[in-house]
Design a protein around this ligand. Structure first.
Ligand SMILES: C[S@@+](CC[C@H](N)C(=O)[O-])C[C@H]1O[C@@H](n2cnc3c(N)ncnc32)[C@H](O)[C@@H]1O
Length: 356
């Protein structure tokens, strides 16, 4: 049977695709799962070994083997070996702030209608989890321009993006600074198809979004609290240049599958964030739904002053800690993987429901 892919023959593969196919190669990240479902991510090194308190297995047993292979260690314990998926990677990669979870990234890509070849702007970048999904969606011939105000976060994101794509992505540009100012300097009016914001105060970006977004373009916001959601929605309504905003959240509950014991998992990540979308109307048009606008937007000066990162539950992260994570992220690119114990610790934390 001919199993080769047409793109493989012509060499015209989308960025990062080649690294995700074929037998395991040295330097690759491999996820090992033991009989109890415990996972460890290792980097394949010729002559290297993966040790546990129950023996070890040689990396050479995996190099050249097919993905999905089962290998046994020196005490006969079997491990299933697979390449980590994007969803595995973002939950275990170095991070300095809460990342957009795979369930929300999927919603964002679909509901904001991010298509191959589209021109997308995004802020903030944080650790780059959402940037990775957006780059996958826009593809090599698309354009993702990400804005981040903190240099340390930008460095973490660059390391993570380069690790998963195996190098720089041709569609990605990252700019340091405040989105609301930088985007006006760097993107022509009406030239952007989609705007994706994951930040504390998206309403501060309204004027800039209205300027750069093309008529019909989608603006999606990811916010952590109801108060941010409400303020963003009211600002959009009051502005009048956008369609009526729509908001929702998604909840994903895993299921336990064992014989007759088929039931929802006891634990889940119950809350990540809310999504809110709207679309840019044509120039000179005022939204019909603004007729339904409440007479008062409901935010007093006192409310606005109380609006601090800490008040909405954001953890303060020191520059020193971020520099350390950025060093981890860039050494991860060089090594090609996370230390096994770190990946495992992160995964356990995620499974226990602590999002960021
Ligand atoms: C929660 S994190 C983003 C996480 C990211 N989406 C991910 O999936 O990894 C929010 C980021 O927005 C950045 N930020 C906040 N306001 C900004 C603004 N006006 N312009 C640029 N970046 C901003 C912060 O520095 C922070 O890194």
């Amino acid at each position: 049977m001919n199993t080769s892919h047409p793109d493989t023959e012509t060499g015209q593969q989308p960025h990062g695709a080649a690294a995700r196919r074929g037998p395991f190669r040295p330097g690759e990240r491999v996820q090992l799962t033991d009989e109890k479902g415990r996972m460890n991510t290792i980097t394949l090194t010729p002559g290297g070994a993966f040790h546990t308190h129950k023996g070890f297995l040689n990396h050479d047993q995996l190099i050249g083997a097919s993905e999905g292979t089962i290998v046994t260690n020196t005490t006969g314990a079997p491990y299933q070996a697979l390449r980590p998926l994007l969803s595995d990677f973002v939950l275990s990669m170095p991070r300095g702030a809460a990342v957009v979870y795979p369930k929300d990234a999927g919603q964002i890509v679909t509901m904001a209608d991010i298509y191959p070849g589209s021109r997308v702007v995004e802020a903030g970048v944080g650790s780059g989890a959402l940037s990775i999904s957006l780059l996958r969606a826009v593809g090599d011939n698309g354009y993702l321009h990400s804005f981040e105000r903190r240099e340390e976060f930008a460095d973490i994101a660059k390391g993570n993006v380069e690790t998963i794509f195996g190098g720089k992505h041709p569609a990605w540009k990252i700019t340091l600074g405040d989105f609301q100012e930088q985007v006006l300097e760097q993107e022509a009016p009406g030239s952007v198809d989609r705007v994706v914001l994951d930040m504390l105060a998206p309403w501060e970006c309204l004027e800039s979004v209205a300027t750069v977004l093309a008529p019909g373009g989608v603006w999606i916001n990811y916010v952590a609290t109801v108060t941010q959601l409400s303020r963003t929605a009211e600002a959009i309504r009051a502005d009048g240049r956008f369609t009526e905003p729509e908001a929702w959240e998604s909840m994903v509950r895993g299921w336990h599958l064992e014989g007759l014991a088929v039931r929802p998992d006891h634990r889940m990540v119950a809350h990540t964030g809310f999504l809110l979308t709207t679309r840019r109307l044509a120039h000179g048009v005022t939204g019909i739904s603004t007729k339904r606008r409440p007479s008062k937007t409901g935010f007093s000066e006192e409310d606005l002053n109380a609006w601090t990162p800490r008040a909405v539950g954001e953890r303060a992260v020191s520059d020193k800690r971020l520099r350390r994570v950025a060093r981890d992220a860039s050494s991860t690119v060089q090594r090609g993987a996370l230390p096994a114990d770190e990946a495992q610790t992160r995964r356990e934390a995620e499974q226990n429901g602590s999002p960021g």
